[in-house]
Design a protein around this ligand. Structure first.
Ligand SMILES: *[C@@H]1O[C@H](CO)[C@@H](O)[C@H](O)[C@H]1NC(C)=O
Ligand SMILES: *[C@@H]1O[C@H](CO)[C@@H](O)[C@H](O)[C@H]1NC(C)=O
Ligand SMILES: *[C@@H]1O[C@H](CO)[C@@H](O)[C@H](O)[C@H]1NC(C)=O
Ligand SMILES: *[C@@H]1O[C@H](CO)[C@@H](O)[C@H](O)[C@H]1NC(C)=O
Ligand SMILES: *[C@@H]1O[C@H](CO)[C@@H](O)[C@H](O)[C@H]1NC(C)=O
Ligand SMILES: *[C@@H]1O[C@H](CO)[C@@H](O)[C@H](O)[C@H]1NC(C)=O
Ligand SMILES: *[C@@H]1O[C@H](CO)[C@@H](O)[C@H](O)[C@H]1NC(C)=O
Ligand SMILES: *[C@@H]1O[C@H](CO)[C@@H](O)[C@H](O)[C@H]1NC(C)=O
Ligand SMILES: *[C@@H]1O[C@H](CO)[C@@H](O)[C@H](O)[C@H]1NC(C)=O
Ligand SMILES: *[C@@H]1O[C@H](CO)[C@@H](O)[C@H](O)[C@H]1NC(C)=O
Length: 698
């Protein structure tokens, strides 16, 4: 690795690089322009832990897009059903597992109320809405003329303008990189005659998906707001929803006043007195200290974004005169912007980011490999380090408890999770296993960039307890003399019968990968390697092969002949793409890999798949040497990004679904930096591409 790192350094010294001015040109070439609100996606400004989604006015005047954060969550009240009034009453269910009863966090039919409560709570809160008031009621978007909007990705500034009643209104919106503050500036003579702002506060609803909007504005009696503090240049509104309380502090320059709420609502108003308004809206879980002066949000935002784009890796496709290169460039740039806004958070990112709520706003640890890894592969480690490895330390105790309770060693990481680390009850949630080796992937990628003792020690404990679990989870089959994975388990494709799912291809390969990394980690530190790790690794069941292809799992019926087997995630492609070839044990069979890729291309129901499948298949195509096929997958008609670059959810989930964007960045990072044994660029013939700052993938 050291040698590789050194080689890379030498390469980067001789690499032409992409100058800051060229980066700026490329980034701004895909700036977002709109002249009407979208019905499905906002335009966003944000900082990874806080994001503001705007309609065509630059605020939330006509469309109640969200203001979401990583800290504001809400519980509905616990059930009052006897024996189901506390989370400690919940027992889960027991399933036979290799001859013993194991308790899984699944909905318990005898405890329906508390099971359901645990699935739905806590829920991420939309912390408010900010919009224009026009001095009269019932103004609609069509009343605004000459609407134009530009989101400048280089500076994180959203500029919006429109004409109302013959007068122009210019709006600029940006978010502070270091606090949950949106800065708004407005210029218009109308500010002296009726144009003002409103602030409103919704109440959560109970739905699993809240898209495109989060929360309801008419459940007024369920929550309360009050104007806590008001001075010449600031006002603070307190919002209480059950146990959740937070504060909205509005600060402005010049004359103005905040009033409200309007009767029967939680709507407050700002009225100014000059034609130029500078106003900040800051959200905080505790009362903010007294404000001194107005934070210069737009400047802080510009400086942060400029340094973001100037640092990190870069792919410049601007010299390629092909429509598909232009589209790829757009996706690459906008995906980086949107992931920094939505996914660079203290918690693992949500698939819907901070745009709306998928799965109640809870996050999924198996998706974290897609959602977070791009920050590492694109040279933005500080953004990755906001949540890693800290998240694993925060969830360590509950994961140790989960494993011990089930009779395993080490730590069993949860799947669908909230900031408490609790596992949302669910059959799939409790039986999915591919999130377990993720710490090894993250740690190894970090080590390739930072091969030092700090990296080794900060991941050591996490890798140890993870490998301990993985080794003890594998079941020694005395008939076959190998270690099996499952049953019961769910593989990456969540559509099999868990009771017969045995030795899925991807999970077996990933278990080997994880135990290999854990072993190497100890060796690098001069520590002894627990023999259980190597024993299990060296006797793992072989990858299941059916008709010369890697099968979803061992013993699957009708592989390639029953359309139920060619659905959901084609994870077999992930063993030679997302994962490197095995460092131990038998090598992959290239003929089998090729035939598997061919069958997937021919038979898989891609119209039913999730977008990251396309990137996973692209990574597989790259390793198989078919760059054109990789590009074809990345630009597949079903793999869509909307006009503002949001990855479209497709047939399975609402928009946005950020793993699509994140996975695209992992695939394109492989195109730019290659992989071990095939370092360097892998673009279609004739594409003249400049790249800078990529390490090869593993
Ligand atoms: C609004 O945007 C659409 C799509 O970009 C464009 O076709 C249309 O001409 C624009 N209309 C105005 C009035 O700018
Ligand atoms: C929701 O309730 C659970 C269980 O009591 C608790 O652990 C968690 O901290 C609560 N979250 C919020 C936001 O109140
Ligand atoms: C429910 O709680 C009552 C009183 O706490 C107890 O007597 C009873 O056994 C409990 N029932 C079940 C099914 O746990
Ligand atoms: C799997 O087994 C469990 C009990 O161990 C049972 O409740 C469940 O219905 C079974 N699922 C299927 C799909 O057979
Ligand atoms: C529109 O502007 C005119 C003056 O230019 C003013 O008299 C009228 O009240 C305004 N109407 C609205 C709805 O603001
Ligand atoms: C709020 O509005 C929704 C949608 O219009 C409606 O279904 C619901 O009944 C309303 N709730 C209340 C409390 O008015
Ligand atoms: C060691 O790696 C860490 C990341 O794990 C990095 O922050 C630090 O700068 C590195 N130290 C040296 C001396 O390279
Ligand atoms: C051992 O492996 C065979 C073949 O994979 C399988 O049919 C059998 O169920 C396994 N035995 C146990 C106890 O899991
Ligand atoms: C499989 O094919 C049958 C018959 O064409 C169809 O009805 C069914 O929906 C398909 N199932 C899946 C999972 O695609
Ligand atoms: C790029 O687009 C052109 C024209 O649409 C197409 O013929 C070509 O195959 C594409 N190239 C790749 C690598 O996808």
């Amino acid at each position: 690795m050291r040698v590789l790192g050194l080689l890379f350094l030498l390469c980067s010294l001789t690499e032409a690089g992409v100058s800051v001015s060229q980066r700026r040109k490329v980034v701004q070439s895909v700036n977002i322009r709109r002249n009407a609100s979208s019905d499905s996606t906002p335009l966003q400004v944000g900082n990874g832990n806080f994001a503001f989604g705007a309609d065509v006015t630059g605020l939330q005047t006509f469309k109640p897009y969200g203001i979401l954060s990583s800290w504001c969550w809400h519980n509905f009240s616990l059930p009052t059903t006897i024996n189901q009034t506390s989370v400690d009453d919940y027992t889960g269910v027991q399933w036979w597992t290799h001859g013993r009863l194991v308790t899984y966090a699944q909905p318990n039919p005898a405890q329906d109320d508390i099971s359901t409560w645990l699935i739905k709570n806590p829920k991420r809160v939309n912390i408010g809405n900010v919009g224009f008031t026009f001095g009269r009621d019932n103004v609609i978007e069509a009343d605004l003329k000459q609407k134009t909007q530009l989101l400048d990705l280089w500076s994180g500034k959203l500029s919006s303008s429109f004409v109302f009643n013959g007068s122009a209104v210019e709006v600029e919106t940006s978010v502070d990189p270091d606090s949950d503050t949106v800065g708004i500036s407005v210029e218009s003579s109308l500010l002296k005659s009726g144009l003002g702002l409103f602030f409103d506060f919704p109440f959560p609803d109970n739905n699993k998906f809240n898209a495109p909007f989060v929360g309801v504005f008419n459940a007024t009696s369920e929550h309360s707001t009050s104007l806590e503090r008001i001075s010449a240049h600031s006002a603070t509104i307190k919002h209480s929803l059950g146990q959740t309380t937070y504060f909205t502090t509005i600060t402005w320059e010049g004359g103005g006043t905040v009033s409200g709420p309007a009767a029967g609502t939680h709507r407050y108003f700002f009225t100014g007195s000059s034609s130029r308004l500078q106003l900040n809206v800051a959200f905080s879980p505790s009362p903010p200290p007294k404000v001194r002066g107005l934070l210069k949000v737009a400047r802080a935002s510009r400086e942060w974004w400029e340094s973001f784009w100037a640092a990190g890796a870069f792919i410049d496709l601007s010299a390629v005169k092909a429509e598909n290169a232009t589209e790829l460039q757009r996706r690459i740039i906008v995906s980086q912007y949107l992931l920094a806004v939505n996914s660079a958070s203290n918690n693992p990112p949500q698939e819907s980011g901070l745009v709306n709520n998928g799965w109640y706003g809870k996050f999924h640890l198996e998706m974290n490999i897609w959602n977070s890894l791009p920050f590492a592969r694109w040279g933005h480690f500080p953004l990755l380090w906001r949540s890693l490895p800290d998240m694993y330390s925060r969830f360590l105790q509950s994961s140790l408890d989960r494993a011990r309770f089930q009779g395993y060693e080490g730590a069993r990481w949860s799947k669908m999770t909230d900031p408490t680390g609790r596992s949302a009850p669910g059959e799939i949630n409790s039986l999915l296993i591919w999130q377990q080796p993720h710490p090894m992937y993250f740690a190894e990628i970090e080590y390739r960039s930072f091969p030092n003792a700090t990296t080794l020690s900060r991941w050591d404990k996490i890798l140890t307890v993870t490998a301990d679990f993985m080794a003890s989870f594998a079941f020694f089959n005395t008939t076959t003399g190998v270690y099996d994975l499952g049953p019961p388990i769910y593989p990456v494709s969540e559509n099999t019968n868990p009771n017969v799912t045995l030795n899925p291809t991807f999970e077996l390969a990933y278990w080997r990968f994880g135990l290999d990394v854990a072993t190497r980690w100890k060796t690098r530190q001069g520590l002894s390697v627990p023999t259980t790790w190597t024993t299990v690794r060296d006797k793992l069941a072989p990858l299941p092969v059916v008709d010369g292809t890697y099968a979803v799992y061992e013993g699957i019926r009708g592989m390639w002949t029953d359309n139920a087997t060619t659905n959901d995630h084609p994870a077999m492609a992930g063993i030679y793409g997302l994962l490197p070839p095995p460092a131990s044990g038998p090598p992959l069979d290239e003929a089998v890999l090729r035939k598997t890729a061919g069958k997937i291309k021919e038979l898989w129901a891609l119209e039913e798949s999730y977008g990251w499948d396309f990137s996973m298949l692209a990574m597989n195509s790259l390793r198989l040497g078919d760059v054109e096929q990789a590009v074809e997958y990345l630009l597949h008609p079903i793999f869509q990004f909307d006009d503002a670059g949001y990855p479209v959810g497709g047939s399975r989930v609402p928009t946005p679904y950020f793993p699509n964007a994140a996975s695209l960045l992992l695939a394109t990072a492989m195109m730019a930096g290659g992989w071990d044994g095939a370092e360097g660029k892998h673009f279609p013939k004739g594409w003249d591409v400049e790249v800078e700052g990529f390490l090869p993938a593993m």
